[in-house]
Design a protein around this ligand. Sequence first.
Ligand code: GLV
Length: 364
Amino acid sequence: MVAYLLAYAVAVRNQDGGARGAHAKASEAANARRGSCDFEDLLSDLPQVFVTRRLPGDALARLSERAQLTVWEGTGAPEPSDLLNGAQDADGLLCLLTDRVDAAFLERCPRLRVISSCSVGVDHIDLVAATARGIPIGHTPGVLAQTTADFSFALLLAAARHVVAADRFVREGGWTWGHRWDPEGFLGVDVYGATLGVVGLGEVGRALATRARGFGMRVLGWSRRRREIEGVERVEFDALIERSDFVTLHVALTPETRGLIDRATVLRMRSGAVLVNASRGGIVDEAAVAASLRSGHLAAAGFDVFRDEPIAPDNPLLAAPNIVLTPHIGSASVSTRARMADLAVENLLAGLDGRPLPHCANGS
Ligand code: GLV
């Protein structure tokens, strides 16, 4: 793979300036403010941090004032070998949910003191192995729930009312004189007055429930932790599955939730129900959902996450009817991604300083 690492420290040293980016300049300015007389010494005193992707906003510029950064600049996510190359001599790692951090990786990165993921989910990280090595894992709860709930609701509406298929129909020339208003064209499922089942009543699930009430839906909710939420009728999992016209998933991927929506559960859903998944692909039996869409047992679905990402070419959902597919973009708004980057940097800096992380996924 043709890729290269841009070492910020090297760029700072390169006084000719060709490769000097904003972050490098910020780092240099910070060093100047500290009144450094020996620039090389100062650089070598700073902790080394590997960042696996450029991030929106100015968070990395701030981090570069306190650490010697190496930012992965290859196309897309680093391969596992690139990740290891970047992190094996680093004190800190700022990664994304695409970067797998397992016990073998940690074993080969003996200097790592903190790992900060720019994501709320941490199923890509072996928390047990990290904890055993005393490495705190940062994540970004609290800043992406509303944005992800907006997107989940967009998927729900788009799936229920065939928005994407109708767009395609118009663009592809299907909207002809004879079909200018078809009484049977693109008939969807009503959202208003329907029953929504929210699986997982954490931040995103609760934010989604608020939106659903605004749309005149009756809201049922299930989560393993007992949570009483105004306007949400708490029910057992089976009751939720059997009573809901729409089911939307908002649980983290853990050993307990992996395969939670299995074939038997899909078959217990109401005939004509709609399923939305913007949490993690591993929660759902994708083949069972595809079969139920084909048979018409499920009217529609909206999926933003998949068991394998990017979606495998032979994923049965690709060939299923009435499903809206998006590439894991639930939190993708300009301001939310910048806030996630801010939080990821705060977590990382705390770990490098030996302070408790503001948001620690493996803390007590
Ligand atoms: C997105 O899926 C996240 O975990 O932040």
